[in-house]
Design a protein around this ligand. Structure first.
Ligand SMILES: Nc1nc2c(ncn2[C@@H]2O[C@H](COP(=O)(O)OP(=O)(O)OP(=O)(O)O)[C@@H](O)[C@H]2O)c(=O)[nH]1
Ligand SMILES: [Zn+2]
Length: 213
């Protein structure tokens, strides 16, 4: 599992281009399924333009869903002690995920913030973005993505407070179905003091929006 976890973490980084990808998912099964889909929509999977498509899609899925094989608690393992007991916030972390209902992308941004706990555990800033990646690269719903990020931060850092706000556009709403482009879904998850104390939350919200005045 540790080896696979490591492989998937590198996949998330986009650093694998080659055979190791095959170890992480059942590629032949995905290929067969994609071929089936192509036939079912009335295409000829053997025409030159499509002949390699099932293989490409399988490899793309290995990368796009690599988050399923990473243990999110590993991401925040390398936290360190720092004498800072107020809000730490990383704004506008890119989100690229897939709605689990239609397997279509939803994309946008996440703001991730926390107030360190009495243990004084602080995470490397990039780890917050990595956490977003690990949970995004799975079939998801935006609400769960948001609360999973918040809960993991809460648990791993024993934070006094956590705030996560995610703002995304869903392709399943813009390309099909209701076909409304530009609609943004905003979800939030707050934990600890950021949930219980309205003033602290309001302060965090204004920083999160980029307004400090
Ligand atoms: N709450 C939530 N809903 C989502 C998310 N992603 C997609 N959806 C919605 O999931 C719902 C699935 O509804 P269904 O009625 O089962 O599927 P559908 O017939 O394809 O729905 P339409 O999109 O309305 O055509 C849709 O309303 C989607 O907009 C998400 O992250 N969170
Ligand atoms: Zn959807």
């Amino acid at each position: 599992m540790a080896e696979l976890d490591n492989l998937a973490a590198r996949l998330i980084d986009g650093r694998i281009n080659g055979s190791p990808v095959e170890d992480s998912v059942d590629l032949p099964r995905i290929e067969a399924a994609v071929r089936e889909i192509l036939e079912a929509i009335g295409e000829d999977p053997d025409r030159p333009g499509l002949i390699e498509t099932p293989r490409r899609v399988a490899r793309a899925y290995a990368e796009l869903f690599a988050g399923l094989r990473v243990d999110p608690s590993h991401v925040l393992k390398t936290s360190f002690d720092e004498d800072h007991n107020e809000l730490i916030l990383v704004r506008e972390i890119e989100v690229q995920s897939f709605c689990e209902h239609h397997l279509l992308p939803f994309t946008g941004i996440a703001h991730v913030g926390y107030i360190p706990g009495i243990s004084g555990q602080v995470a490397g800033l990039s780890k917050l973005a990595r956490l977003v990646e690990v949970y995004s690269r799975r079939p998801q719903v935006q609400e769960r993505l948001t609360s999973q990020i918040a809960d993991q931060l809460d648990q791993s850092l024993e934070a006094r407070g956590v705030i996560v706000v995610v703002e995304c556009e869903h392709m399943c709403m813009s390309m099909r179905g209701i076909r409304k482009q530009g609609a943004k879904t905003v979800t939030s998850a707050v934990r600890g003091i950021l949930q219980s104390d309205a003033r602290t939350r309001a302060e965090a919200m204004s920083l999160l929006r980029g307004t400090t005045g």
